[in-house]
Structure formats: structure tokens, C-alpha cells
Design a protein around this ligand. Structure first.
Ligand code: KIV
Length: 296
């Protein structure tokens, strides 16, 4: 296989590693925070080179790279394989690991045990879990008490999307908005360093932000008032299959060029145009003369 520079050798890796205090400094300064998801080594290298601030190994990887129908089936071991690959490609962004469905809900002990695995085996700086109602809040507190930074996630929480009535915006009625707001505040008050707002109306974000002064709020479909934004890598790069949520902006369309490249490759192989002489190694003529393959 070909080789690419490791992050330490790359050109754009001169900046100092970010930390949770540096995220608060960005919030304080009003400098918007750029967060993306990544699930493998090459995309981690790209995130490093692009200088993003936070990388999340999201359980969205269940769908984007593992091909599951939803985020629900992905296991801790599968998530850890993805997380370790991302860790190897990163030096400077804060790395957050997403606790998959079923890996933290049933007890504080399980939540702490799973979070510890993400830190010790996956090398993450923090973990993320979904929801801010009683159970996830208790689990967040237990993980925080074990010394692991936690990112919360409110609004549309894909692991429990069925209970929320599907993949749709949350907090569009006063009653639902109050519930989202209460969960966000509870996660902040519990000590979560960050809370993701997913698919909530701008009006709710704007009303809530003044009450979110001691946590870093990252939005996805939550409007521009948050401290930062996150998008799923495959969505922003146009590498996904399937529908596009309202909040997704495509910053590239990489799917079609990839298919075109694969088609050209297959055609050239079939037509014996590839490999051409410039893709081949040679043996000095004298060595070829000496080469005897008889009696092998
Ligand atoms: O899994 C994920 O990618 C996420 C982000 C959308 C925040 O939870």
C-alpha cells in the first residue's frame, strides 16, 4: 500500500493540542467552534490537517461506515475499533467518543465501565451520551464523578428517535421546548463540559443560550446562536447515501467522483490499460538472466 505522512510529519500540525479549557476560552472569546465526526484514520488525518477543534467518533458511524439501518445495533467493540483508528490520526483536536445505545443506560456501574473503556482503549478525551432526562442525567453524573469529561446531547437524540416520533425536529411547541431546555440545563448543572443541541428551532436556541454560560453548546440543526457547529463527515463531504436532513450543507460532493474513479479503474483493468509501464517495477537485466524458476 502507499504511504502518507503521519500527523506528526504533516505540514499543518504545528498548532498546540486543544483541551477542554481551550474550548471554554473559544466560547469566552466568541470564537465559533468547529466539530466534525470521523470514523477512520484517513478522515482523522484530514480533520487534523483542516484544523477542526473537536472530533466526535459518533455512533452515526453505525450508519455511515458500518451500514446499519440505525445507530441502535452498534456495539462498544465496534465503536472502539473506529475510535482507535481515529485516535491514531489525531494530534490536536479534542477527541470525543460516543457511547452507543445499551452501553450506559442500565446502571451507573455499566456507564462508568463503558466510559473507562473509551478512555483507556480508545484514547478519547471525553465521552458523549444522549438525553438529559433522569436516567441519562444520572449516568452523566456517575461518569463525571469518575473523572471523565462528558458531552451531553439533547433535542433529537437518534438512539431514542422511535420514542421521539422519528427523526424530526424537537422543541417546536412550548411544552417540548421547555423539556429540551430543562434537559440542557440539567446536563450543564451536572458539570457536562459541552452539550449538543440537535434539530431544535433557532428560537429555542436563542432563548436558551443565555442560560448556558458554563458549558460549550454545539449545534447541529440548532441555528447559528450556539458556541459551535457539528456535522457528520459523510454529510458535509457528500459521501453519504440516503436522504439529507434540512440542516446539512454539502461542502463537497465526493460520492460521484469516487464512483467515477472506481468505474474508470474497472474499465482500465478489463481493457488491460492498467497497469501501464510507469506503474511497474523492473529487474536489472543481469538479474533476469540469472533467474531460474525451474525445479521450484
Ligand atoms: O453520532 C453522531 O454523529 C452525533 C452527532 C450528530 C452529534 O451524535
Amino acid at each position: 500500500m502507499s504511504t502518507r505522512p503521519r500527523p506528526a510529519e504533516g505540514a499543518a500540525t504545528q498548532r498546540r493540542p486543544l483541551s477542554i479549557p481551550s474550548l471554554f476560552a473559544l466560547k469566552e472569546a466568541g470564537t465559533p467552534i468547529a466539530m466534525i465526526t470521523a470514523y477512520d484514520f484517513p478522515s482523522a488525518l484530514a480533520a487534523e490537517e483542516a484544523g477542526v477543534d473537536i472530533v466526535l467518533v459518533g455512533d452515526s458511524g453505525a450508519m455511515t461506515v458500518l451500514g446499519y439501518e440505525s445507530t441502535v445495533p452498534v456495539s462498544v467493540d465496534e465503536m472502539l475499533t473506529l475510535t482507535k483508528a481515529v485516535r491514531r490520526g489525531l494530534k490536536t483536536p479534542v477527541l470525543v467518543g460516543d457511547l452507543p445505545f445499551g452501553s450506559y443506560e442500565s446502571s451507573d456501574e455499566l456507564a462508568v465501565q463503558t466510559a473507562m473503556r473509551f478512555v483507556k482503549e480508545g484514547g478519547v478525551d471525553a465521552v458523549k451520551l444522549e438525553g438529559g432526562s433522569n436516567v441519562p442525567l444520572a449516568r452523566a453524573k456517575a461518569i463525571l464523578a469518575a473523572g471523565i469529561p462528558v458531552m451531553g446531547h439533547v433535542g433529537l437524540t437518534p438512539q431514542t428517535a422511535v420514542a421521539l416520533g422519528g427523526f424530526k425536529a424537537q422543541g417546536r411547541t412550548a411544552e417540548s421546548a421547555r423539556r429540551v431546555a430543562a434537559e440542557a440545563r440539567a446536563l450543564q448543572n451536572a458539570g457536562c463540559f459541552s452539550v449538543v443541541f440537535e434539530a431544535v428551532p433557532n428560537e429555542l436556541t436563542e432563548a436558551l443560550m443565555p442560560l448556558m454560560d458554563s458549558t460549550v453548546v454545539i449545534g447541529i440543526g440548532a441555528g447559528p446562536a450556539t458556541d459551535g457547529q457539528v456535522l457528520v463527515l459523510q454529510d458535509l463531504a457528500g459521501m453519504g447515501s440516503g436522504g439529507k436532513a434540512k440542516f446539512v450543507k454539502r461542502f463537497a460532493e465526493l460520492h460521484d467522483p469516487l464512483v467515477d474513479a472506481l468505474r474508470s479503474y474497472a474499465t482500465e483493468v478489463r481493457e488491460k490499460q492498467y497497469p501501464a509501464p510507469e506503474h511497474c517495477y523492473s529487474m536489472p537485466a543481469a538479474e533476469r538472466e540469472k533467474l531460474d524458476l525451474s525445479n521450484l
